[in-house]
Design a protein around this ligand. Structure first.
Ligand code: FES
Length: 145
């Protein structure tokens, strides 16, 4: 029986991948690969509560998270604690899914239109209008669309 005192093979390979900035390799090395990452549009919707909504705790105050309902992609934002709004996450310019707000601004990663993080109003084009609000309500700590 042998004992291992140094880094294992996975640790060495992950370190090498990090050094070479290989994003695909890094994803495979992540200990939480596959776990929901708020604010990452390509991730699946977060777990739902028993009431069928998104747990309020999954929406960062001052930020937001992307969820899906059927075919619709929705950006849930919480500008201040306990105040939640929903917006159609499709950019009005060409339909790219916008990113959750950072520093009060929602940005489209495609052509960088910007929208107000609390109201969805247009701040900067090329989009010609703001985000479309989607009615949401908070019931027992669960955000329902
Ligand atoms: S698709 Fe969003 S700015 Fe063009």
């Amino acid at each position: 029986m042998s004992t291992t005192t140094g880094p294992n093979r996975r640790t060495v390979l992950c370190g090498l991948a990090a050094a070479l900035a290989a994003p695909g390799a890094l994803a495979a090395c992540s200990s939480d690969a596959g776990e929901f990452q708020p604010g990452t549009p390509t991730q699946a919707a977060p777990p739902t509560t028993a009431a069928g909504g998104t747990p309020l705790a999954r929406i960062p105050v001052g930020g937001g998270t992307i969820v899906t309902k059927g075919e619709q992609t929705i950006l849930l934002v919480q500008p201040t604690a306990g105040t939640v709004k929903g917006f159609d996450a499709s950019c009005p310019h060409q339909g790219t899914t916008v990113d959750p707000p950072q520093n009060g601004v929602i940005t489209c990663p495609n052509h960088f239109s910007q929208f107000d993080g609390a109201t969805g109003a247009l701040r900067k084009g090329p989009a010609a209008s703001g985000l479309t609000e989607v009615p949401v309500r908070v019931v027992d700590g669960s955000v329902q669309v």
